[in-house]
Design a protein around this ligand. Sequence first.
Ligand SMILES: [Zn+2]
Ligand SMILES: [Zn+2]
Length: 78
Amino acid sequence: MKCAAHPDRSALGYCSRCGKALCKDCLVRLSAGNFCEACANDPQGRMSRPKRRFPWWTIALIVMGVAAAASILRSVIH
Ligand SMILES: [Zn+2]
Ligand SMILES: [Zn+2]
């Protein structure tokens, strides 16, 4: 196998993120694995976990649910 950027050089490994073949000059070793320079410099590339935020309506539903539960609880007690 040959490096994706240098066809005359043999690749030592693959980028863990994009799967590109990399020679020793292109390979960037990070604690998370081997990366190409582009992926190593991409801050999102280092964090392999995609961040998922709750949509606003989920929070609204939770707030409404808590409020409903509190009012039910209050009516049961009194
Ligand atoms: Zn890459
Ligand atoms: Zn290379």
